[in-house]
Design a protein. Structure first.
Length: 214
């Protein structure tokens, strides 16, 4: 990401890159994301970009407007964007790299597809460096919700099922075994992580970008 971000900001096209014969397209060099106003995966991408633009320091409230304006073209130049990360990934599965050679999705989406449905020829799971870690959080509103939360966190069968669908579980060996069956090589742990801003700062950046949408 430290090398890719300046290229995207400068307006480079895929055809400008060395080895462009593999994808001889005049399309702008961009990562295909969902709509940052409506999707968490795009918000995570914005947090990663803002961290890099801020000299790899956690963005603060006072810095949010300027960082959002700098990151804005990476979203607006994409044109139409889906509301869920399932959308661009399904396009990739159907059309391959033709529509978008780089798509921002969750690790679990790729691993689930590899384990259950297969992937297009040449499909590769890339981890940005630095990357960013998204947590799936359950907020119980009553006793039944608390019971469900304990089951999801502690039940061995549910943990195994989660691993089979590509989610990292507290049992690293369990996750590794499920991934090995899919045939995809993944890092055992993620170390080079961007530090995401507070939710208030992230919301402020999204609101700033939203003003520029038609």
């Amino acid at each position: 990401m430290r090398a890719l971000l300046p290229l995207m900001q400068s307006g480079k096209r895929w055809s400008d890159l060395r080895g462009a014969d593999a994808y001889p397209s005049k399309r702008s060099l961009l990562l295909n994301t969902t709509d940052v106003r409506k999707s968490n995966s795009a918000a995570m991408y914005l947090a990663l970009v803002a961290y890099l633009l801020n000299s790899e320091a956690v963005p603060q409230v006072a810095e949010a407007p300027a960082l959002a304006r700098e990151a804005m073209p990476l979203f607006l130049r994409q044109g139409f964007q889906e509301n869920s990360s399932a959308g661009p990934f399904e396009d990739y599965l159907a059309l391959g790299a033709g529509k978008a050679p780089l798509v921002v999705i969750y690790e679990a989406q790729f691993l689930e597809q590899a384990g259950h449905g297969g992937l297009p020829a040449g499909a590769t799971l890339l981890y940005p460096r630095p990357t960013i870690y998204a947590k799936h959080v359950l907020v119980p509103l009553d006793a039944a919700g608390q019971t469900l939360g304990h089951a999801l966190a502690e039940d061995p069968q549910l943990q195994q099922l989660a691993a089979q669908y590509g989610f990292r579980t507290p049992d690293a060996a369990q996750f590794a075994g499920a991934v090995q069956a899919s045939g995809v090589k993944v890092p055992a742990s993620l170390v080079d992580l961007a530090q995401e801003p507070s939710q208030e700062v992230l919301n402020a950046m999204i609101a700033q970008i939203e003003k520029e949408y038609p």
